[in-house]
Design a protein around this ligand. Sequence first.
Ligand SMILES: *Cc1c(COP(=O)(O)O)cnc(C)c1O
Length: 390
Amino acid sequence: MTGVGTAPARVAAPIPFAAMDGRDPRLMRELMAAVESVASRAAFTLGDEVDGFERDFALYCGADHAVGVSSGTDALLLCLRALGVGRGDEVIVPANSFVATAEAVALTGAKPRLVDVDPETHTITGEIVGGAWSSRTRAVIPVHLYGRTADVAPIVELARSHGAAVIEDACQAHGAMYRGRRVGTIADAGCFSFYPAKNLGAWGDAGAVVTSDRGLAERVALLRSHGEGPRHRHSVCGTTARMDGIQAAILRVKLARLDVSNERRRRVAAEYAAVLNEQLLTLPAPAAPDHDHVFHLFVIEADQRDRLRHHLEEQGIATGVHYPRPIHRQEAFAYLRMPEGSLPTAERLAGRILSLPLHPSMTAETVARVARAVTESGRERASSTALGAA
Ligand SMILES: *Cc1c(COP(=O)(O)O)cnc(C)c1O
């Protein structure tokens, strides 16, 4: 790295956006032992360790079944396919989510019906879903965005009255509680991603479908491995979308720590809320006890987002934007012909949102340093505006 004496002493250490397992030696030892155990048994694809994780995760969520798959995107795709969604159908999804939510729908041949979101919670509501309903609507995918639980109950009620399905995209909200239940168990099924940066992260790609519908769980399990069962008999066209044994072993170790790490995330978020200046920014709307938030991301809104982001970067503070372009404005979805202005809230948010660093091991001092840098940027702007006016 930098040679002795070349780095100015007053430059503070960079603040990373997310934590890494490698920083916790005890956790690393446990994870390496888990990997070694799988490798020594060559249990690489499905097998004991995946069965074990499926049991652990179903029990943790409070569902009858969990099916381990290769990613969150595959969880959504296989779940939709298992529900029989395909060409000619419409599935309602929010325009401000990771692209995978809509992609999974498009990959089945169905049409993603992209809708706007609530300006406070950035999630879809029963009212929004009701306004987008058509005779072709077969399913709805509410997203528990940033770790905040979407208000799923009214959406489930509406869908039931039409005989449609609801799949929770819980890829950013592992362990969050909604009306006394874990996310993923409120609707017909819940889909999870264990991409490394998620609240429960593997050492590569992995995902799961959680459900208490036995038939649905069996169809997802069939589809993830070439529709095979019994051996050499293929009843449907599936794919290769199995969970790896090594990922399952890692996830079992980390699942045991999930509630503690979510609690730390909430604490960091509360510290941010206490020290950030609300006159300069919009902070995340408070979570109600029945609508938990596990802070996968801490997302603020700022008038001069790009300027603020640049200022933080100069101070060594990593940030993110989730997401800078709503799904209906992505090239891949141009065929939906939704011009600029069609979903005003999602579009407005895309230009204002900023994700601040947040991870379970973040200290109050680090939070305070980020908050100071944010305030500084706001003051700079205020004084330059004043000069400009003079
Ligand atoms: C991460 C994510 C996905 C996709 O998960 P992968 O494991 O990356 O395929 C889907 N939806 C949301 C909201 C996500 O954050």
